[in-house]
Write a protein of this length. Structure first.
Length: 217
DNA sequence: GGCCAGGTGTAAA
DNA sequence: TTTACACATGGC
């Protein structure tokens, strides 16, 4: 059906899935807000995250320094709309302080941080780490998620782990794009996958008929 | 009313 | 080292 991730990328491109989205799909690409969004969106809907982000913005708490200094109870209140708010408040506050302590500024964080450092932080697993590296730091890390797994399941693929799925997604793209193009390519690829699955699913079942029609096979 | 959402940490088996 | 469960709000 599809042989590799490059084919999938090309099929998705034809669907024009990102027409009304921000340039790199994730809102506020390249900013500190992406880090906050990456935590808040865990097992939660993005529409709910937007409410929390707006609350934080109204309270002038949506920046590295403020988030490190904010009172925990107030932070919990502000992010309540996204659910799991007690855990996420802890994660966010601790993470903000750690970034200040280890890197000083968000800009320095983006230059110096690596995946291992992120994974060592509470509340950051592989997907959040890659989201931050990809969409906040603009680095060449491919983000995969449950949507990605579901889409490929619909094509008959099964993956053992996050890492396996991620490798399948990035492997072929590396061969077709220049190194300096990859941050953008990964960012758009993940975004297109999410938007496609959202638009073509009933429950957990993904309908890939539209993509098959676009295929030359 | 039950299932699901742009996951992760922790504690049993 | 796997598996099961908690976290929690709100949309559909």
């Amino acid at each position: 059906m599809i042989e590799n991730s490059y084919e999938l990328y090309q099929l998705l491109e034809k669907q024009d899935l990102l027409q009304n989205k921000p340039p790199m799909w994730w809102p506020s690409y390249g900013s500190f807000e992406v880090i906050v969004g990456a935590i808040l969106t865990q097992n939660s809907q993005w529409t709910r995250v937007e409410v929390s982000l707006q609350n934080l913005r109204s309270d002038n708490a949506l920046d590295l320094q403020s988030l490190g200094d904010i009172e925990l109870e107030r932070l919990q209140e502000l992010i309540k709309p996204s659910g799991l708010f007690k855990s996420k408040a802890n994660y966010l506050k601790t993470l903000a302080s750690s970034i200040v302590n280890s890197f000083g500024t968000f800009e320095e964080f983006c230059r110096e941080v690596d995946r291992e450092w992120l994974l060592a932080q509470k509340g950051i697993g592989p997907e959040s780490a890659d989201s931050i590296l990809c969409y906040a730091c603009k680095k060449d890390f491919m983000v995969v998620d449950t949507y990605t797994g579901r889409l490929l399941n619909a094509f008959g693929y099964e993956f053992e782990s996050y890492t396996d799925l991620q490798e399948w997604c990035s492997k072929e793209l590396i061969l077709h794009f220049k190194k300096e193009e990859l941050p953008k390519v990964y960012a758009l690829f993940h975004g297109m996958i999410v938007e496609f699955v959202k638009a073509n699913s009933k429950g957990k079942k993904v309908n890939i008929e539209v993509l098959k029609q676009g295929s030359t096979i």
